[in-house]
Design a protein around this ligand. Structure first.
Ligand code: HEM
Length: 117
């Protein structure tokens, strides 16, 4: 997030440090993907939509976030199938978290990282 100028709007939304946000994301994803429910353990119910309500998320912010996720995954050199599957799930969650206009643009959740709609 710090390295991509095009995601500055989303980067600047973070009140908590990126380290803190990254740790929370890790803890959430652990349980979300079938592992230990670390987020529950430390912070309680995730209720992610509610926890994102104080920040304005429309298609633009969603796409910036997903671009970062895609870059992070690319850096990890995962197997392409697994990487694509995870991107698809992240895309669905990111769509779900939108809370500003363009909620019904019919974004195709099978798009791998970037919604062009
Ligand atoms: C759709 C685009 C997204 C944007 C713009 C976004 C933005 C943010 C921001 C700015 C924060 C920090 C809030 C603060 O500092 O108070 C945050 C927290 C968080 N985000 Fe996102 N996010 C997005 C998508 C996602 C997705 C797809 C996931 C999960 C797969 C996720 C998981 C989390 C978690 C677990 C936290 C910590 C929540 C807490 O404990 O309060 N976010 N997000």
């Amino acid at each position: 997030m710090d390295n991509l100028p095009e995601v500055k709007p989303v980067r600047d939304m973070n009140a908590m440090s990126l380290n803190e946000a990254g740790e929370r994301l890790f803890n959430f994803m652990s349980g979300w993907l079938g592992g230990a429910k670390l987020y529950h353990q430390f912070y309680g119910e995730p209720r992610l939509r509610r926890r994102h309500m104080h920040i304005a998320i429309s298609d633009a912010e969603r796409d910036q976030w997903l671009l970062c996720a895609k870059k992070a995954l690319d850096d990890m050199s995962w197997h392409e199938t697994e990487s694509n599957e995870l991107m698809q799930r992240l895309h669905e969650m990111a769509n779900h978290l939108r809370n500003q206009d363009s909620l019904n643009t019919g974004c195709d959740s099978t798009a791998q990282h970037h919604c062009k709609n």
